[in-house]
Design a protein around this ligand. Structure first.
Ligand SMILES: C[S@@+](CC[C@H](N)C(=O)[O-])C[C@H]1O[C@@H](n2cnc3c(N)ncnc32)[C@H](O)[C@@H]1O
Length: 400
């Protein structure tokens, strides 16, 4: 079974680890579904792209009387209408939808027999007098509607699902589904490495002299990347926020279980509770493609506001931008927006991060927004961020 946090229940399991324990039969179902997803994502996806480029796009360009542009929403819409009529696209759409539903059924099948153990493990970490981090929830937080009311990725109940105080179900679901989803896209985890390690490496390449002492991750979810930061920057104080309580509970237990001292808090990334200039480094992992077009500039602005002079913000996300992706891929992603629980993918893909950062007042020579990574096991990402000049004095106002 691929995945770094899914373990077979018969192998070295402990009552207190925060991995999902799979039975033999869970493993069989998961392997089948991941194989199916790979055939659909990689095999059928490639076929749609190839046929689109060789046949449908040239024909459509002749009909429209101009070459198709990957940046034109009208051309994208015209190609949607064409591809939707083809058998391979219809089969791809059906199988994408079905395999996503199967994924969540398999995760819930694991939780049917493993949730009680995970819940008890959370209770242990929450009340452990020797714990090394903390968890601060805010029951009065106004959770942004796009997270509160949306089943992102079609995760049952969404990120804010909870049936009782202390419920960790949404976090357990998120982690199980996330690992299977990545495996189904062909991503292979690298043992002992997470996206956090990758970000630390990129930050070091960009700013070799930089050694943050106080770090914040926004939109940390279950903290699967956060645990890398205390390792990468020994002695640094690491904080992480998210708006979904169930994910944060899981994150707290996961960090404690892994010996990572992290302070988790429930907060809205678009209106952080921290004072100006509180952190040396602010990071995020795949937050942007799950925020609205209204929310995006607000959290970018907030992460700049709470950055100390000389500090670095580094935000990593998916590579769905037109130009980086082909027209046929944009059509398939548009389908994911309409039918597969990814409502913000296209808004993210079309966002101009450089313009957003300029509007906030970030100096042009301090910012970046580009594709990074090799496409190897740690993947390729669209990253944006900036380093605040050491002489920075004018305060950026809190986003309206
Ligand atoms: C795709 S998940 C990524 C989670 C985690 N960073 C990871 O890599 O697994 C996006 C996360 O952003 C959080 N999020 C979205 N909008 C937010 C907001 N305005 N404030 C705080 N968290 C937010 C969601 O609750 C979710 O946990």
């Amino acid at each position: 079974m691929p995945g770094r946090q899914l373990s077979n229940a018969n192998r070295n399991s402990t009552e207190l680890d925060m991995h999902l324990h799979l039975t033999h039969d869970d493993g069989v179902r998961a392997r089948f579904m991941i194989d199916l997803k790979r055939r659909v994502n990689l095999g059928m996806g490639a076929e749609i792209r190839a046929r689109s480029e060789s046949t449908h796009e040239p024909a459509l360009a002749r009909t429209l009387g101009h070459p198709l542009s990957v940046k034109s929403k009208t051309d994208r819409k015209a190609l949607i209408d064409v591809l939707e009529q083809t058998h391979v696209y219809k089969a791809w759409a059906c199988m994408t939808y079905i395999s996503q539903g199967m994924m969540w059924e398999i995760v819930d099948g694991v939780l049917d027999h493993d949730l009680d153990r995970l819940q008890k493990a959370f209770d242990f970490y929450k009340t452990n007098p020797n714990k090394i981090g903390s968890l601060k929830l805010n029951p009065n937080l106004k959770v942004p509607k796009n997270i509160l009311n949306t089943e992102i990725h079609r995760q049952p109940g969404g990120f804010c699902y909870e049936t009782h105080a202390d419920d960790i179900t949404s976090g357990a679901r998120y982690n199980g589904g996330g690992l299977m989803y990545s495996a189904g896209k062909g991503r292979k985890p690298v043992a002992g490495k997470s996206g956090g390690d990758w970000v630390a490496e990129q930050v070091h390449k960009l700013y070799p002299d930089f050694a943050p002492k106080k770090i914040l991750e926004i939109g940390c979810g279950t903290g699967r990347n956060t645990t890398a930061y205390p390792k990468a920057y020994p002695g640094a104080e690491v904080h992480a926020i998210d708006c979904a309580a169930g994910l944060l509970r899981f994150a707290h237990a996961y960090a404690e279980c892994n010996g990572a001292p992290i302070h988790f808090a429930q907060m809205d990334a678009t209106a952080l509770d921290y004072p100006d200039e509180s952190f040396d480094m602010v990071v995020s992992h795949i937050l942007g493609h799950e925020t609205t077009q209204r929310g995006l500039p607000k959290w970018v602005s907030e992460s700049w506001r709470v950055l100390k002079p000389g500090g670095v913000m580094f935000h990593l996300d998916v590579t769905t931008q037109p130009g980086f992706l082909k027209l046929a891929d944009l059509v398939m992603n548009d389908w994911q927006v309409r039918f597969n629980g990814e409502p913000f993918w296209m808004g993210w893909a079309d966002a101009d991060l450089k313009a957003i950062m300029r509007d906030i007042g970030i100096p042009e020579d301090a910012l970046f927004a580009e594709h990074m990574g090799t496409g190897g096991p740690m993947g390729q990402w669209f990253c944006h961020g900036a380093r605040k000049p050491k002489t920075w004095s004018s305060k950026v106002k809190r986003a309206a």
